[in-house]
Design a protein around this ligand. Sequence first.
Ligand code: ATP
Length: 573
Amino acid sequence: MTTEPTPTPAPKSMDAIMALCKRRGFIFQASDIYGGINGFWDYGPLGAQMKKNLREAWWQDMILNPAWGQKGPNGERVKCVPVETRIIQHPKVWEASGHVGGFNDPMVDDKETKQRFRADHLRGLYTTSIPSEEMTSAVSAVVSSTANPKVNIVPRATVIASTEGEAVEAIKDKKLQKLLGIRSIDEPFTPFPEMSFWRGKVNFGKGTESVTLEVVPIETLKAHASTVPSPFTGKPGHLTEPRQFNLMFSTYIGATATEDDKAYLRPETAQGVFLQFKNVVDSTRVRIPFGIGNTGTSFRNEVTPRNFTFRSREFEQAELEFFCHPSESVEWYKFWRDFRMNWWKSIGLAGDNLILREHDKDELSHYSQGTSDVEYRFPFTSPGFGELEGIAHRGDYDLTQHQKHSGTKLDYFDTTRGERLPNGSKKGERYIPHCIEPAAGLDRGVLALLCEAYTVDASRPSPELLKLHPRIAPIKAAVFPLMDKDGMPEVAEKLYDELFAKFGKTGFIEMDAKQSIGKRYARMDEAGCPFCFTIDQETLTAQTVTVRDRDTGKQERIGLDKVGAYLGEKLGA
Ligand code: ATP
């Protein structure tokens, strides 16, 4: 049985999506007028509102009404509270969390071009003696079972990409092919799903050769740094051996700061929750099981920021730490994993582009009993996927670490457990709770929602539109007087005032009387506005308006006095 590559639709154009984001004010390069700054992005008016809608949807469904009011595995409504903690914390926090010692990416420099990349992002093209047509699953099994077969084999050419799919896209570029010494790609690369490599046929100048494309092991880079070809010049001898590079940004506190005043910008919001766990328990009535949520900016000095906002150096996270008794932790882990997947689906990511990937046992940290990632097929990872959110069973690791490093007791006294006393009450049990962590990235969320919503409909005069979910769309509705006369603007103004009063808290309500009606619709489609209400001649006589659906372009008439209720139902507000 040969292994068939899984067919996936052609990815959407990232260039077109980025152009729309800039044109319509969703996302701009930070410091744009100075030529930008690598790894930092700003949000324009529509993007800022869209991201706020995403953050508020998270807050509503994780803090105010956690998991949509569902009952948890303990048979009770899920309880969560928020905190808002600082970007800068005591430097010892990051020693305890493991970020000072362990938050490292191995990086490699190209000595010639001075460019730097993450060692695990290097993909190599290896000539292979096994022809593609013989790559049966049986052969695959043999190849994959050979321990580290590539350590002593040096690739013919290399390219930087975080997935094989991305690498395959990159080497379609003729300029890059020239640099890597590739004359032609004679047979397109196809994935071998159970394996982590792709196969194709390439001509390096001496006829067609069968090649595999896969990650270059760090061991190979260490042993053969001088012979592995550079991904920037195609030539060997330019790469350094991989070196560890800490991803935390550092700063100094105080005007006369010395090395002793060194502090770090947080690389994740989660640690702030662990630091305030005791204060939250002591100051509120929350009792285990319960969650503490935290949203805010995090910083990582990523070696190779790339793919628009996907890998930025400054980004926003929305993280929940859910504390529970160790004996119930696996059930809670499954609960949050499934809920988070459903949540992303509920705001517009339903379909084949979203998957839940459970980590293999050997990928897990020693303290974890499970981790899954919600992954989205971005145009730049296609046909592979990129992480949107990680849901991790963190055991008692974080609280134990902070207890050890701070000297403060962080255990919890549970009065609902332990043997029953003669007076009927429970003796109680003291323990360090286990923690389940759904950790989402809001910038990656916005990016996935934009990519999913981006649609090209060639049958329309202006083909590009954003099919954003009404809850996330920055503009909720638009009101158009068909003509700027006969009292239409006055009726439109009144309707606008009504909708603004009812829905203005959830996003923009627009009124537009300029240009032809077709152009006004197209402008709203491109901004992702789900509903446009038009006041025309018939409104003046029959008190009805047209409502146009963005996704189908279809129009229907509804009573002028029904517009508020109609929109309320559609927006779920
Ligand atoms: P990756 O493997 O892609 O570097 P990660 O596993 O290190 O991500 P986590 O530490 O689990 O990421 O962080 C939780 C979430 O924060 C991620 O799922 C992602 O949405 C977001 N995130 C992490 N790093 C970045 C970044 N550099 N830019 C934008 N978002 C990020």
